[in-house]
Design a protein around this ligand. Structure first.
Ligand SMILES: [Zn+2]
Length: 149
């Protein structure tokens, strides 16, 4: 199972930590945006280098957005760690995922938008994590209509 972890930029450490836990359970993370090259949007190597040595040091928002959206397209499930504030981009990504008919799991600061009702919702990230692991192992299934708490 492939997952794209979305949240506000300011919560990137949290996103990375949850993604690492998912990976430990055999889940594939489609794009680690929190460790992307600012110049081209590609994920840095484990050594922290741009994989294509793009040489750009200025922030390339266009490339970053394209790489993020590719990560959403390649995922089976988008997990939105709903931020308490800010986070416009992650809501954009969730809408994109919904349009692509991806499964969406929301957890955290629920209530930011009415569109969360169209997703699988959990009050806390740990419960959402356990659910995602169950999905990955074929134990849990997405509830019809999507909403589940
Ligand atoms: Zn680069």
């Amino acid at each position: 199972m492939r997952v794209y972890v979305a949240t506000a930029w300011g919560l990137k450490k949290e996103a990375a930590a949850w993604a690492a836990r998912l990976e430990a359970e055999g889940v594939e993370i489609t794009h680690r945006w929190w460790r992307a090259c600012v110049g081209c949007g590609l994920e840095l190597t484990p050594g922290g280098q741009c994989p294509v040595t793009c040489g750009r040091l200025d922030v390339n928002e266009d490339a970053a957005a394209r790489m993020d959206l590719r990560g959403v397209r390649e995922a089976d499930v988008l997990w939105l760690l709903v931020p308490g504030q800010l986070g416009a981009g992650c809501f954009w990504e969730a809408g994109y995922a919904q349009g692509l008919k991806k499964e969406i799991v929301c957890s955290g600061n629920l209530g930011r938008t009415i569109f969360e009702t169209q997703t699988c919702r959990f009050d806390d990230h740990e419960a959402a994590f356990r659910y995602l692991v169950g999905l990955a192992h074929g134990i849990a299934v997405i509830a019809p209509g999507g909403a589940l708490r």
